[in-house]
Design a protein around this ligand. Structure first.
Ligand code: ADP
Ligand code: MG
Length: 213
């Protein structure tokens, strides 16, 4: 029997996401200050905190992700609001109606989010954006499952790939967003969006992994 993540208490996962963003807000803004305008952590933390305040105990995964996505989309400026807002709303849609998330549903949620970020941002892997963490993470999750690995170990593979993808951005030149204005000078620094994305994916993996039935 495949293990599953019960969605009934999905609000916990979203609260975990809010916490990791709050804890890393300063770091994310500091990195954004090197190749952007220094607001990434502040923006993200504002949005995730606001969403946290709108969550209610016992909310299921789809509705908690929907709250998060709506708040980010409607209340947060910069590149991140629309990108992460649409990401979480797409994940919410893919989770809706499910009592439990198995590995296949999890994959569908990840792909729904990834497709949205691609559509909206128009970035490709290698452009030094959050996609450099997200796309390989989703691919690694699928690859592990295709290779017969368990849901839990596919989540671990996703984490490792997200971190590796984040680190890959150090040597890249930004092709999208504010940092692209720096051209060659954007090389040598991690992309702040790839860092936040890796934090979110790793936290998601840990939260789901810890609650598998
Ligand atoms: P802003 O650039 O408006 O100040 P943030 O600082 O909050 O927004 O976010 C910057 C991050 O947004 C970048 O590090 C990058 O990962 C991500 N980003 C920017 N443009 C795009 C895009 N077109 N597609 C995907 N991600 C992008
Ligand atoms: Mg910024």
């Amino acid at each position: 029997m495949d293990r599953t993540f019960p969605t009934a208490d999905g609000v916990r996962l979203v609260r975990d996401l809010a916490r990791v963003i709050q804890e890393n807000a300063q770091h994310l803004s500091d990195i954004d200050g090197l190749i952007g305008d220094g607001d990434h952590g502040v923006n993200m933390s504002k949005g995730f905190t606001l969403a946290g305040e709108q969550l209610t105990d016992g909310q299921d995964l789809a509705s908690a992700l929907q709250v998060l996505g709506n708040v980010l989309l409607n209340e947060i400026g910069g590149a991140m609001g629309p990108l992460y807002g649409s990401f979480f709303r797409a994940m919410a849609r893919a989770a809706r109606g499910q009592e439990a998330v198995d590995a296949a549903v999890c994959s569908a949620m990840l792909h729904a989010g990834l497709d949205k970020v691609r559509d909206i941002g128009g970035a490709e892997v290698g452009d030094k954006t959050l996609l450099d963490a997200l796309a390989p993470a989703v691919a690694a999750f699928d690859h592990a499952l295709d290779g017969g690995e368990s849901f839990g170990s596919a989540l671990q593979a996703m984490k490792a790939a997200a971190e590796q993808g984040r680190d890959s951005t150090r040597d890249l030149v930004a092709k999208k967003g504010r940092a692209s204005r720096l051209g060659e000078r954007s090389r040598g620094v991690l992309d702040p969006g790839a860092i936040s994305c890796s934090l979110l994916l790793c936290t998601m993996a840990d939260s789901i992994g810890a609650a598998l039935d």
